[in-house]
Design a protein around this ligand. Structure first.
Ligand code: TRP
Length: 342
């Protein structure tokens, strides 16, 4: 089951990743992404960003954006990212992102931007299509290149954007005739299970908070009884066998992955343990409840006024100190006159 081993070409030195503060987070976000961030912080210099500028590419309610931004930052910390080890910050708090975003827009081509499949998807469905939704990948390239990230943990849906980022970096390095920008690689966690947590109601599609049926996802903020109810109702299949088979038993396989990630048991261990789904589902529910409980507790503590604000203030300083030399060096190479202080 071991899939792509981590890349052999570059050692992991710097990691950048961003999550949009749009809406609530699900168990899928935690098991699939954040848990890996927690491990990565001890292997590399890590920057974890709340990408509010990206969230603004679609209409946002101001009050909700404000709350979601602080909550996402709290969740990074509650999930186990230590703000003294990694840098946690809000994208707009470091103005280098917006400036670098523009410089990426003029370093990329309309043609390559037009090939981004996520834009085409989103544009088809959206009521309003902002210019920013189109240039979104340029801002993402800015995020990554500003920090000279060697690795970027991304899901399938972001791979094309990362590929574009690499193309831009390689092109600029060629133009400058030096390795000015680090060419980033996708980071794929060593264990396969967990890359994708699927919907509880339609286990062939990814668990997403934007699904219309709340029974299809578990929110990180769901209380224990809601979690138990949602797992009890999760779609399975007609036989009684707890066995990993993504194709023929997607629902059971998904629940097995969840149980495995929450308890550390292997899929084989789990498969041998049950006859029938009743006890299995109960165990999955209790494992999820136990996994989320300490996160929810820390999240609550971090909701005391001032705590997350202070973490973010420090994060913004660290982020800016890291990105500024890249921005300055890039502007110098482009021939821009640096501002002199009086
Ligand atoms: N586009 C990413 C998403 O929607 C979020 C993001 C913005 C990001 N900037 C990034 C992810 C830089 C990785 C690196 O999931």
């Amino acid at each position: 089951m071991a899939e792509n081993a981590p890349s052999k070409s570059t050692p992991i030195r710097r990691v950048f990743s961003g999550i949009q503060p749009s809406g609530k987070l699900t168990l899928g976000n935690y098991l699939g992404a954040m848990r890996n961030f927690v491990k990565l912080q001890h292997q590399a210099e890590c920057y974890f960003c709340v990408v509010d500028l990206h969230a603004l590419t679609v209409p946002q309610d101001p009050k909700e954006l404000y709350q979601n931004t602080l909550d996402l930052a709290r969740l990074y910390v509650a999930a186990g990212i230590d703000p003294n080890v990694a840098t946690i910050f809000v994208q707009s708090h470091n103005p280098d992102h917006a400036q670098m975003g523009w410089l990426m827009e003029v370093s990329s081509y309309f043609g390559e931007m037009s090939r981004m499949t996520q834009f085409k998807d989103k544009a088809r469905k959206a009521e309003v299509v902002t210019t920013g939704l189109f240039t979104y990948p340029a801002l993402m390239a800015a995020d990554i290149l500003l920090y000279q990230a060697t690795h970027v943990p991304v899901g399938e849906d972001q791979k094309q954007h990362l590929e574009l980022t690499r193309d831009i970096a390689i092109r600029l390095n060629r133009r400058f005739q030096e390795e000015f920008f680090t060419v980033p690689e996708p980071y794929i966690p060593p264990q396969k299970a967990g890359g994708r947590i699927m919907s509880l109601q339609d286990p062939t599609s990814k668990m997403s908070k934007s699904a219309s049926d709340p029974n299809s996802y578990i929110l990180l903020s769901d209380p224990p009884d809601v979690i138990r109810k949602k797992i009890k109702r999760a779609v399975t299949d007609m036989d009684r066998e707890v066995r990993y088979d993504e194709k023929n038993k997607p629902g059971i396989s998904n629940l097995m992955v969840i149980l495995s990630l929450c308890t550390g048991q292997s899929l084989d261990e789990i498969a041998g343990k049950y006859d029938g789904y009743g006890q299995f589902k109960k165990d999955v529910a209790e494992a999820v409840v136990a996994t989320l409980e300490p996160i929810q507790k820390r999240f609550k503590e971090l909701s005391e006024p001032g705590i997350i604000e202070e973490i973010l203030a420090k994060g913004a300083e660290k982020a800016e100190a890291a990105s500024r030399p890249t921005l300055k060096g890039f502007m110098e190479r482009l021939g821009m006159v640096p501002r002199r202080t009086l």
